[in-house]
Design a protein around this ligand. Structure first.
Ligand code: GRF
Length: 189
């Protein structure tokens, strides 16, 4: 399976994919890592010798132009699977349709609860005792696509957004790798 990973930030989920690939645990080639801005995730990819690209929305005339540029860049890489690993951008319906059931996203809550950019903060504010992580296919909504895998993470006394998110990310990193393995075995690529 040929995968392209998209990131926006620290890239620890990406790192778990890179480590699994390096250890021969993933039947997948990482064709490229892309981002919407310069970030630590890109540095991780470069260190691993993976080709990188940046497509910043601000460098395009509007959202439509950015979406089309991203769509073409991705298409040129001929991915079997595109992984949004902490990619904090919403892509439009046309891009999603082009890669239907090929884009996988990870989200730090038990969807459909707490979609959006602040899933951890919102779960904590609501007062849930259990939250977690969801790996799902991307559809044209925000965090609404078909669920692939989930893992629960309990909220503990004294949790802050930071401590809870860190515990979720421990689960998230292994769940993402497991999901990619399953998709690869199922013949997505
Ligand atoms: C992850 O929890 C992801 O689900 C969320 O942002 C975090 C990214 O972490 N959207 P990292 O960049 O992989 O370290």
């Amino acid at each position: 399976m040929r995968i392209v990973v998209m990131v926006s930030g620290s890239g620890t989920n990406l790192q778990s994919i890179l480590d699994a690939a390096e250890a021969g645990l993933l039947e997948a080639d990482i064709a490229a890592v892309g981002a919407d801005q310069e970030c630590q995730g890109l540095e991780r990819a470069r260190r691993a010798g993976i080709r990188t690209f940046v497509l910043a929305p601000g460098d395009h005339s509007d959202r439509e132009a950015w979406n089309r540029a991203l769509e073409e860049r991705l298409a040129g890489l001929e991915p079997d699977c595109i992984v949004f690993a902490g990619f904090m951008r919403i892509v439009d319906a046309r891009l999603v349709e082009r890669f239907e059931r090929r884009i996988v996203n990870t989200h730090p809550s038990l969807l459909p609860a707490f979609p959006g950019a602040h899933g951890v903060r919102d779960a904590l504010a609501y007062g849930v005792r259990i939250t977690g992580v969801t790996v799902h296919f991307v559809d044209s909504g925000v965090d609404t696509g078909p669920i692939l895998e989930q893992a629960a993470v309990p909220v503990v006394e004294g949790d802050t957004e930071g401590t809870l998110h860190e515990r979720i990310k421990v689960q998230e990193r292994s769940l993402l790798v497991t999901t990619i393995k399953k998709l690869s075995a199922a013949g997505l690529g």
